[in-house]
Design a protein around this ligand. Structure first.
Ligand code: PAF
Length: 282
């Protein structure tokens, strides 16, 4: 079993005992196979792996699912054990924010108010603030994040670059169910019917990727993705479906690109994304 600590003081003691290359995998718990893949990727690169389990109130809006977000620490610890984690930090809200909600937060810049940030104001301020705090507390050499939350990964990379945070940020490809659904802790909110509807997201990404492979231009790739998303009938409400530069920079897209989608399925908001290679001739 990994060593489990709940307070900063305990973490400081346990961290001091770690030697060699240290990796961190930050999570909000409710661990699934996607997290396990992150842990194993960390295990492959580092001598010691720290997992953080913290449902961060700062990144939930007033009408979001903070209260109902699944909290499954016992199961999470079993996943950590199986994947070979050495240390688990599972603090309380009071331990992470002893002075109450922080007045000073990391500003994610313009990308923080686009895509996810448009629907979820303040979301990336909350994410980057807790990520920076957890990096300070765990002091890793490597930090692993899933590509499933692609905008988050991009912003964490940018924060570390812009603020000179001495850590290597490593992105890990999304893990999917055999039918294409991207693994997410929020999938457990879906009814059986909603789960079928949710396949519209990965289907749209696949259609976009196939159109790109067939040499179609950006407009045709997006049109194919939209058509495929809509083909599932009503039930999913599209928030955005965009084709963008792999670093999420504004401007024309050529060659390597990223297709990103977000949609509501019932009361559950799902996101997904995929790499796309456009013909550079377009
Ligand atoms: O991706 C998540 O689970 C969270 O946004 C993170 C990175 C653990 C910060 O709370």
């Amino acid at each position: 079993m990994p060593v489990v600590v709940h307070t900063r003081a305990e973490l400081a003691g346990a961290r001091a005992a770690l030697t060699g290359t240290v990796a961190v995998v930050m999570t909000m718990g409710a661990l699934h196979e996607g997290h396990e893949t992150l842990l194993r990727a960390a295990r492959d690169r580092a001598d010691q792996v720290i997992v953080t389990v913290f449902v961060n109130p700062l990144q939930f809006g007033p009408n979001e699912d903070f209260d109902r977000y699944p909290r499954t620490l016992d199961v999470d610890l079993e996943v950590c054990r199986r994947a070979g984690a050495d240390l688990v930090f599972a603090p309380s809200v009071a331990d992470m924010y002893p002075g109450g909600e922080p007045a000073v937060r990391v500003d994610p810049g313009p990308l923080g108010t686009d895509l996810e940030g448009l629907s979820r104001p303040g979301f990336f301020h909350g994410v980057l603030t807790v990520v920076l705090k957890l990096l300070q507390l765990t002091r890793p050499d490597l930090a692993f994040f899933g590509e499933k939350d692609y905008q988050q990964l991009t912003l964490v990379r940018r924060m570390c670059r812009d603020l000179d945070v001495p850590v290597e940020v490593v992105g890990v490809p999304t893990v999917r169910e055999p039918d294409g659904l991207a693994l997410s802790s929020r999938n457990r909110y879906l009814s059986a019917v909603e789960r079928t509807v949710a396949l519209g997201l990965s289907r749209a990404l696949r259609a976009g990727a196939e159109a790109a492979e067939a040499g179609r231009d950006a407009g045709a790739v997006l049109a194919a993705a939209h058509a495929s998303f809509g083909a599932g009938g009503p039930g999913a409400r599209l928030d955005y479906l965009v084709l963008t530069d792999p670093d999420l920079e504004p401007g024309p897209v050529r060659g390597p690109a990223r297709l990103l989608v977000a949609a509501w399925v019932g009361d559950t908001r799902l996101i997904d994304n995929a790499p796309i290679r456009l013909d550079p001739a377009h």
